[in-house]
Design a protein around this ligand. Sequence first.
Ligand SMILES: N[C@@H](CCC(=O)N[C@@H](CS)C(=O)NCC(=O)O)C(=O)O
Length: 279
Amino acid sequence: MADTPYIPPKVWQWQQGNGGKFANINRPVSGATHEKELPIGKHPLQLYSLGTPNGQKVTIMLEELLALGIKEAEYDAWLINIGEGDQFGSGFVDINPNSKIPALVDRSGKEPIRVFESGSILTYLAEKFSAFLPTTQPERAETLSWLFWQMGSAPFAGGGFGHFYAYAPEKYEYPINRFAMETKRQLDVLDKRLANNKYVAGDNYTIADIAIWPWYGALVKGWLYDAAEFLSVHEYKNVIRWADEVYARPAVQRGRRVNRLQGDPAQQVRERHDASDIN
Ligand SMILES: N[C@@H](CCC(=O)N[C@@H](CS)C(=O)NCC(=O)O)C(=O)O
């Protein structure tokens, strides 16, 4: 416990610059901070994103669709650098009032259609191109259940565990314990599911795998928060088996590189406007 216990004031006040990694971009209000139009490329689908786990879900999906030979899934992927506040530009806020990547605009029809929230984007693309989302039950329900499981769970693994273990200005025992326990519980949920199923929703690779892999696949591969040893990820053998199988897919490796600003510079494809940008 800290030397001086924190006593919340009667009314919470915003303390700017609290020392955390995201102190300069986090605010208690929503909306645009500056005028900035979004660029528009030549393809039907315009993606505005960054190669974080949430961003990778969509670029992996688009690369999987292209790998199936669906040319209408061609896309421009523009970089939204959240560390520099691009998510608060007026054009981005128009397509996602929540100011978070990823956001997509489908310009293939008469009127542009905006789609935000990665789970919503995956579902939109799966329905538009009839791929990676089963049309019959119970497979469809199972896929959507795991897709929504990811949306509800990852904030505890990322915003909770990842934030306090890797990004907070100091190490605080209470939140690290609480969120490490929850993250391990989630990994155990997945491990038990994958003990008897090839993919998360059953026999087939679906948008549930595409949503879950960039978070939980990356955790067991040791790519997130330098936490593989701390979380004893070797315990989750079935998750590791599945993570390796998903990673072996060429579309996953391609999608993972798009809008990437971290790691090996040779693997970073900051913007993607053509398949050859990744080759
Ligand atoms: N539930 C959202 C989460 C999106 C999200 O948290 N995006 C982060 C990057 S991984 C972001 O844009 N953060 C910028 C900010 O919070 O200002 C989704 O799945 O799309």
